[in-house]
Design a protein around this ligand. Structure first.
Ligand SMILES: Nc1ncnc2c1ncn2[C@@H]1O[C@H](COP(=O)(O)OP(=O)(O)OP(=O)(O)O)[C@@H](O)[C@H]1O
Length: 257
C-alpha cells in the first residue's frame, strides 16, 4: 500500500531504495545508527520528498494526496517525544483527531482517544500534564495519539490505513515493550499497515512479517525475518559478530558477541 521506487535522498544518504510496504502486515526497518531508517520512514510517510524516484500511497503519488485525507489514513510517530507547550495527556491524544474536525461527532472523537489510550495502557494518565509523565509513559501516550489519528471504529471501508513508527519501543520497559509489539501485530492483523524502525532485532524476528535491513542508505537484505536476518549479513551491517539461534518453528533468536 506504500510503494517506494528507486528513491534517493542526498540528505539522509539514501541510495536507490525500492520497497513495498503492504497493508495488513508489520514491516520492521532495521539497521545500525545512521543507516537511514528515519530518513526512509519520513519519505514513506510523505513528510519529505525524495530527490528522485517515487513514493505512492494507495496507488497514488503521496504528494498528490490532500493533507487532511492523508492524515486520516496514515499517521507518523517520530523519535522525539518533546512537545513545546504544556498540555494534558487527553488533549494531546485528541490532537490526533483534528483531521476529523466537523466530520464525526465529538463523542466518536473521544471514544477513539479513549480506545487508543486503553490499547497503550495509558488511560490512567489521561488527566496528567504531559510534561510531568515519564519517558516511557510519553512514548505510550504518543503512540495512542497516532493510533487515534487513524482510528475508525468497525471500519470496513477498504481505505488504506498506515502507521509509521520511529523506534516506538525505545523508552519502554520489557513488559510494555512486548505489549506494544503485540498491539502492533494485532493492528496489522486487523488490516492496518504497520512499518516501524527498530533496534531490537529479536522483536523484529518475533513480530514482523517483513524485515528490511538498511546499511549506509541501501537495502542489504529484505524478506521474512529468517531470510532477512542471517548471521553474515547482520555481522557485516552492525560490525559485531552475530549468531542466529534457530529452534524449530520459533522465531530465531539473535545474539551479538
Ligand atoms: N538534516 C540532516 N542533515 C544532514 N545529515 C542528515 C540529516 N538528517 C540525517 N542526516 C544523516 O543521514 C544519515 C541517516 O540518518 P537517519 O536519521 O535516517 O539514520 P537512522 O538509521 O534513523 O539512525 P538512528 O538509528 O541513529 O536513529 C545519518 O548519517 C545522518 O547523520
Amino acid at each position: 500500500m506504500i510503494t517506494a521506487r528507486n528513491i534517493r535522498r542526498r540528505i539522509g544518504g539514501l541510495e536507490d531504495i525500492s520497497l513495498e510496504v503492504p497493508a495488513g502486515a508489520c514491516t520492521a526497518i532495521i539497521g545500525p545508527n545512521g543507516a537511514g531508517k528515519s530518513t526512509l520512514l519520513d519519505l514513506l510517510a510523505g513528510r519529505s520528498r525524495a530527490d528522485s524516484g517515487a513514493v505512492e500511497f494507495g496507488g497514488q503519488p503521496i504528494a498528490d494526496w490532500a493533507p487532511l485525507d492523508l492524515a486520516r489514513r496514515r499517521a507518523f510517530l517520530p523519535q522525539s517525544l518533546e512537545v513545546a507547550f504544556p498540555i494534558r495527556v487527553m488533549d494531546l491524544v485528541m490532537l490526533g483527531r483534528s483531521p476529523y474536525h466537523g466530520r464525526v461527532s465529538a463523542q466518536e472523537d473521544r471514544a477513539a482517544a479513549e480506545t487508543a489510550l486503553r490499547l497503550t495502557d495509558a488511560w490512567h494518565l489521561r488527566d496528567r500534564a504531559y510534561q510531568r509523565i515519564s519517558g516511557g509513559e510519553r512514548q505510550r501516550v504518543q503512540l495512542a495519539r497516532v493510533i487515534a489519528q487513524i482510528w475508525r471504529p468497525g471500519s470496513q471501508d477498504g481505505e488504506p490505513r498506515m502507521l509509521l513508527l520511529d523506534e516506538p519501543t525505545a523508552s519502554l520497559d520489557p513488559g510494555h515493550r512486548l505489549a506494544v509489539m503485540r498491539l502492533l501485530r494485532d493492528l496489522a492483523i486487523a488490516g492496518i499497515g504497520v512499518v516501524l524502525a527498530l533496534h531490537d532485532l529479536n522483536d523484529a524476528a518475533r513480530f514482523a512479517d517483513q524485515v528490511v535491513l538498511l546499511h549506509q542508505g541501501r537495502i542489504l537484505s529484505e524478506g521474512g525475518p529468517a531470510d532477512a536476518m542471517q548471521a553474515e549479513v547482520l555481522t557485516s551491517a552492525y560490525g559485531a559478530e552475530a549468531e542466529v539461534i534457530r529452534a524449530g518453528d520459533a522465531a530465531p533468536v539473535i545474539v551479538f558477541r
